[in-house]
Design a protein around this ligand. Sequence first.
Ligand code: FES
Ligand code: FES
Length: 158
Amino acid sequence: MSKHHISFTLNGDPTEVLCDTQTTLLEVLRDELELTGTKEGCSTGDCGACSVTVDGRLVCSCLMLGVEAQGKSIGTIEGMAVGDKLHPLQQKFLEHHALQCGICTPGILVASKALLEKNPNPTETEVRYWLAGNLCRCTGYDKIIRAVMDAAAEMRGA
Ligand code: FES
Ligand code: FES
């Protein structure tokens, strides 16, 4: 079967790839582009481990076809740090010990960044609701929520 040539922006860089019709965006990222920061958990849209942004909106990349990325702007965990400088959310996750195995962490960071870009001053309840689609089986959620709230405060200059 012939492959589709798709071009899109990935973490700010123009990107081109060949992919089959049925290949998911998650598979394109991990298998074709070797960006393995985006994790595969359930493959059914339930765990949030595969979260990326598409034109600024939070999306489960396991539920999106690679061909649907044509012309879009995709953001992944690899685009969060700037060189050696961690994003404030990444720094706060370290300080609050908000991760253990780390499988859920990229998705939670990408989702949290999308939240803070939309709402820089969320309540704890809003953070909990926003992250309800991101499952973590290791830490319990309190440290994750504390890290997001702390990062939000720092980013607001509070
Ligand atoms: S791997 Fe996509 S939501 Fe779980
Ligand atoms: S740190 Fe392991 S699933 Fe969240």
